[in-house]
Design a protein around this ligand. Structure first.
Ligand code: BMA
Length: 320
C-alpha cells in the first residue's frame, strides 16, 4: 500500500516561499535574453531595488535594475546599468560578463561587489552608486579565482570587512579587511565545508551580513555533489558582532532546498542561490534567490527563526 496524502509528514519550514513565485522571469526583461537569476537587493528612497543578473542571448551576464514599491512586482529598466566594460583594466577581466552582484550600503554609498568573469576565471570587482542612476567602477579587488563576496554594512575601527570564497583546496568562506575597499588583507578562514552534510563540497556567502542583536547573520549557500550533479541549498551562520571572524553558530539543516519545480528544473537544475536579502522593521527577512539559474524567486522568514537555528558547532574538519 502506498502513502496517502494524509499520512505524509509535513515539515515545519521556517522559510516560506512566496506563492506567486517566480517573481521575475526572462520574459520580464525588455530585451530577449537567455535567463535571469541571482540578484542583489536593497532599499533606496522607499523603493526596493534589485540588481539582477541577466544572461544575454550571446551568453554573457549583464546587470539590470528593477524597482518596486512592494518588493514583489518589479519594474525593470530599459537597458542594463552595468555591462562588460570597454575600459581597462575592467575590459580584460569582464570579457565574459558580470555575475552575481551584492549591494551593501556603507555610510551614504551603495557598494556593488560582483564577479568579473573572463578566460582568467572569476575575480572580484567593485562599483558604487549613490542614486541608482549613475554607477562608477572602483577597482578589481581580488585575483582569480574568487567569487561570492559580501561587504559588511559597517566599518570596524575604520576598516571595511568582507567575506568571500577564494577557490583553493578545501573550499571555504574567508574574511578580509581593508582601509580603502581596494587593498585587502589579513585573510583568514571563517566558515568551512562540513564533510557528510548538505554543505559538504562548497560553501559561499550569499546575501551581505545582516546585523542583529545576537550577531551578524549570514545566509550562505552550501553544495553537495551527487552523481547527477551539485545540489545548491541555503543555510545560515552567525558571527560575533564585534569580531565577525568568530563563528558563533550555524544551522545544522538547510533553511531552503530546491524542491519546487522552478528550483528543480532549468538551466542548472537543483539550485537555490541567494545574493540579496532585506530585513524589514517587523522582523521579516525577504530572501531573493535565483532558482535553477533560470528565474528569480522570493521567500520570507522571521529573523528570530533564522537566529534560533544557528546552533553552536564544533570546528568542522577541513577537507584535505
Ligand atoms: C555558482 C555561481 C552562481 C550559480 C551557481 C549555480 O558557482 O556561478 O552564479 O547560480 O553556481 O549554478
Amino acid at each position: 500500500m502506498g502513502y496517502t496524502k494524509k499520512s505524509r509528514r509535513k515539515r515545519k519550514e521556517i522559510v516560506k516561499r512566496y506563492e506567486g513565485n517566480p517573481i521575475i522571469i526572462r520574459e520580464d526583461i525588455p530585451v530577449a535574453c537567455n535567463t535571469v537569476f541571482n540578484c542583489a537587493a536593497t532599499v533606496y528612497k522607499n523603493e526596493y531595488i534589485l540588481l539582477i543578473r541577466v544572461e544575454g542571448v550571446e551568453g554573457k551576464s549583464h546587470l539590470w535594475l528593477g524597482r518596486s514599491k512592494d518588493g514583489i512586482k518589479f519594474e525593470i529598466d530599459e537597458k542594463p546599468v552595468l555591462s562588460p566594460s570597454n575600459e581597462e583594466p575592467f575590459k580584460t577581466y569582464e570579457k565574459r560578463g558580470l555575475e552575481d552582484p551584492r549591494i551593501t550600503k556603507v555610510d551614504d554609498t551603495y557598494y556593488i561587489i560582483y564577479t568579473a568573469y573572463s578566460h582568467y576565471s572569476p575575480r572580484l570587482a567593485l562599483a558604487k552608486t549613490k542614486d541608482f542612476r549613475s554607477f562608477e567602477r572602483i577597482a578589481l579587488i581580488s585575483e582569480p579565482v574568487n567569487k561570492n563576496a559580501v561587504i559588511f554594512p559597517k566599518r570596524f575601527r575604520r576598516k571595511y570587512i568582507r567575506f568571500d570564497r577564494p577557490m583553493g583546496k578545501g573550499i571555504a568562506t574567508w574574511i578580509s579587511y581593508s582601509y580603502d575597499l581596494v587593498h585587502w588583507g589579513n585573510s583568514e578562514v571563517v566558515l568551512e565545508c562540513r564533510p557528510g552534510f548538505w554543505d559538504a563540497h562548497r560553501i559561499g556567502p550569499g546575501a551581505p551580513p545582516i546585523r542583529t542583536k545576537k550577531g551578524w547573520l549570514l545566509i550562505y549557500h552550501g553544495v553537495k555533489n551527487t552523481s547527477a550533479g551539485p545540489i545548491y541549498r541555503l543555510g545560515v551562520a552567525l558571527f560575533d558582532l564585534k569580531d565577525p571572524s568568530m563563528l558563533i553558530g550555524r544551522s545544522k539543516e538547510p533553511i531552503l532546498s530546491p524542491t519546487v519545480y522552478y528550483e528543480r528544473s532549468g538551466d542548472v537544475p537543483n539550485v537555490v542561490f541567494t545574493t540579496g536579502a532585506i530585513l524589514e522593521k517587523n522582523g521579516e527577512v525577504k530572501i531573493y534567490y535565483g532558482a535553477a539559474d533560470t528565474c528569480i524567486c522570493l521567500a520570507t522568514a522571521h529573523i528570530d527563526d533564522l537566529l534560533s537555528v544557528c546552533k553552536k558547532t564544533e570546528k568542522e574538519a577541513l577537507i584535505i
